[in-house]
Design a protein around this ligand. Structure first.
Ligand SMILES: C[S@@+](CC[C@H](N)C(=O)[O-])C[C@H]1O[C@@H](n2cnc3c(N)ncnc32)[C@H](O)[C@@H]1O
Length: 371
């Protein structure tokens, strides 16, 4: 049988990761001015203040790219125009082994309600995947009887049921306190601004956790199909429960998929948009992940993501890149030390038109698959 219980050294790594998170939270609370570190809690209460401050002090919120200044006006829902050149359905589910398309028996269509018990089969290797009550497992190990692999702690941590339960009940909110995250409402506005060219198409919310943004994407009606994707089955379970609790949630054209970001179960060039909130730093290999995202995006498709950058005041810390190396070895987390690194990462994976918006440690990036 598959033993998913963490080994003893693995437990130690998990504990170390929790400790790092706690230390970073403490740093944010104790040294609020460090490296433009902490927008005050009032930003939480008055999200629009982010922009009024930015107007006075461009250093606190910078919106720029190698080519153009980001017009924050495009973030207003009124100005959103759904363009035509987008996919109208998700016929792009693929086998995570062969990357060839899956056929499925879901009747009348694919949705969070019809996934349970549906069978999906790879047209090439014939491997089958069966949906359970909450989600479809499209990891390469899906269906394996006695083989399993442990991921780095930064991935495994989120599989813990308690973390999945706490994620939207306090954990995520701390990102605004010490990390400069503007908060879901404002982040969603910024995301929509970046995704303007692909609105009306399908979207993968990669590493969605309990579906904070997946649910907003679905409810906005701005996308033809939403895939909420995460490696953690418990996060997906939590997302499913939130959806069940919501009245009039648009369950059609919405599915929950378990997958590894480094092995995305989608046909190449079939996806209009990929969003990844607060996840780049958690991925075992940001390079493998962004390369996969680039593979599945269709020409003109857009990638938008948020993460942290430790630059500014942190640059004076000696041996920071060595510290990063050690953090990575122990926890699997990747600490970005500059915007240039993120731009390079996108470029190395064939994505262009890099843009970013910053606030303290928070950064939102966007890049496009060349047309
Ligand atoms: C900090 S949460 C981000 C959640 C959400 N997107 C947000 O904006 O709040 C990071 C997520 O990355 C997921 N993750 C970590 N490693 C992953 C991997 N290898 N493949 C897919 N998801 C992964 C975790 O399960 C977790 O849900």
């Amino acid at each position: 049988m598959l033993d998913h219980s963490p080994s003893v050294p693995h437990r130690q790594r998990l504990l170390f990761l929790v400790a790092i998170t706690a230390v970073m939270a403490a740093i944010g609370a104790v040294v609020p001015g460090m490296c433009m570190l902490t927008p005050t809690l009032s930003l939480f209460k008055h999200p629009t203040r982010l922009f009024s401050r930015a107007a006075k002090s461009p250093l606190r919120l910078r919106a720029f790219s190698s080519t153009a200044f980001i017009d924050t006006k495009t973030n207003q829902p009124d100005s959103i125009v759904v363009e035509k050149e987008v996919s109208k359905s998700i016929n792009s589910l693929a086998c995570p082994v062969c990357y060839d398309s899956l056929t499925w028996n879901a009747v009348p269509g694919l949705s969070v309600d019809t996934i349970s018990g549906s069978t999906f089969q790879c047209s090439t290797c014939q491997k089958t995947y069966v949906g359970n009550q909450t989600h479809l497992d499209l990891t390469a190990t899906g269906g394996a009887q006695s083989y399993g692999e442990l991921m780095p702690a930064s991935t495994e941590l989120f599989r813990v049921p308690l973390i999945s339960f706490l994620y939207e009940r306090g954990w995520r909110q701390t990102f605004s306190v010490w990390g400069g995250f503007p908060g879901p409402e404002k982040e969603f506005e910024l995301i929509k601004g970046f995704l303007k060219p692909v609105l009306g198409g399908n979207i993968i919310d990669a590493s969605c956790a309990s579906g904070l943004f997946s649910r907003l994407f679905a409810k906005s009606g701005l996308f033809s199909f939403v895939v909420a994707l995460d490696y953690s089955e418990n996060m997906l379970q939590q997302c499913y429960e939130f959806i069940q609790q919501e009245e009039n949630f648009p369950k059609e054209n919405f599915i929950l998929v378990r997958a590894d970001i480094s092995r995305l179960p989608f046909v190449s060039s079939s996806v209009d948009a990929v969003h990844a909130g607060a996840a780049l730093h958690c991925w075992p290999s940001p390079l493998a992940a962004v390369a996969e995202i680039s593979r599945v995006l269709r020409p003109g498709g857009v990638f938008v993501a948020t993460t942290y950058i430790l630059d500014g005041g942190f640059s004076v810390i000696p041996f920071l890149s060595t510290v990063r190396q050690n953090v990575r070895q122990v926890s699997g987390s990747y600490i970005f030390l500059s915007e240039r690194e993120l731009e390079d990462l996108c470029r190395a994976c064939g994505l262009v038109e890099f843009k970013c918006i910053r606030n303290g440690l928070f950064v939102m990036i966007s890049a496009t698959k060349p047309s």
